[in-house]
Design a binder for this molecule. Structure first.
Ligand SMILES: Nc1ncnc2c1ncn2[C@@H]1O[C@H](COP(=O)(O)OP(=O)(O)OP(=O)(O)O)[C@@H](O)[C@H]1O
Length: 272
């Protein structure tokens, strides 16, 4: 469904040029839950933005169902890290969630139903008539998630969408994504810093290196398809996969930075 071919991204020019991504090639299938993990600053957001058509690659291509992506396809929804900037402060929560539906020409009655359902799914029914600035950061993030869910995209791209919600809400939202994925043929491309979350949610986890970023490993998550927050995480196979992904990232964080000529003692710690 999504094909990335020899994708590279360089920011700036000349002496200020910085190559963030190098030669990324990967295919992501329909209905797949594909997660990208890697050290801080590796280029995960850059890769997602290129995948989503939010910024052009310097070279290489992204294709969606055989068409080159050169802007955000209407079949995509994107939930960025900076969720608060994606909400319109002068519109109510329900209006914010309804906006893409109205733009896509969904009839008003159906749009109202979808908005109400999505707000219920993220636990925000009571906040429907509030404005984003009246909500906490975690609630605003859930509004952005509700908007994406209500849109029912073919491809949902999410950049650390649960970073500022509490643990129980995070678990509930993770399960909501799995449920939606199982009930539709939605494809999910997801970035997280949380290795447990990556293993729990995904069909495959891609580990990317930094400076410049390449896919170093893709781990097949061969857990039973029905996931459960308690029983899945108690499986010996879950622990083995978690350790494998964690070790891959730890090795990257400890490895010398390419081109630096010396081991960088001040690499950021990777936390789980
Ligand atoms: N607009 C930009 N101009 C110049 N450099 C940029 C720009 N955006 C990102 N970078 C650089 O590209 C590299 C990758 O950044 P990116 O945000 O994609 O990493 P990340 O893996 O998502 O980081 P984090 O895990 O901290 O969210 C970083 O070194 C960053 O400084």
């Amino acid at each position: 469904m999504l094909r990335v071919t020899q994708l590279s991204k360089t920011y700036g020019e000349g002496r200020n040029a910085f190559q963030a991504l190098a030669d990324i090639t990967v295919e992501i299938g329909r209905n797949e839950f594909f997660t990208i993990v890697g050290p801080s600053g590796a280029g995960k957001t850059t890769l997602l933005r290129c995948l989503a058509g939010l910024q052009p690659p310097t070279s290489g291509t992204v294709e969606f169902e055989g068409r080159v992506v050169d802007g955000v396809p209407r079949e995509f929804a994107v939930v960025l890290q900076d969720y608060s900037r994606s909400l319109f402060p002068w519109f109510t929560v329900e209006r914010n969630v309804a906006l893409p539906l109205r733009a896509a020409g969904v009839p008003a009655a159906e749009a109202r139903t979808r908005v109400a359902e999505a707000l219920e799914q993220v636990g925000l029914t009571a906040a429907a008539r509030k404005h984003p600035w009246q909500l906490s950061g975690g609630m605003q993030q859930r509004v952005a998630i509700a908007r994406a869910i209500a849109y029912r995209p073919a491809v949902l791209i999410m950049d650390e969408p649960f970073a500022s919600v509490d643990a129980q809400t995070r678990a509930d939202l993770e399960d909501l994504l799995l449920q939606i994925r199982n009930e539709s043929d939605m494809t999910l491309v997801f970035v997280t810093h949380d290795v447990d979350e990556a293993v729990y949610l995904s069909d495959r986890v891609a580990v990317i290196s930094k400076s410049p970023s390449r896919i170093t490993t893709i781990v097949d998550i061969d857990l039973p398809p029905e996931r459960d927050q308690l029983s899945t995480k108690e499986l010996p196979r879950f622990s083995a996969l978690r350790s494998q992904v964690f070790a891959e990232i730890r090795d990257l964080v400890r490895a010398p930075v390419a081109g630096a000529g010396t081991t960088d003692q001040h690499q950021p710690e990777y936390t789980i």
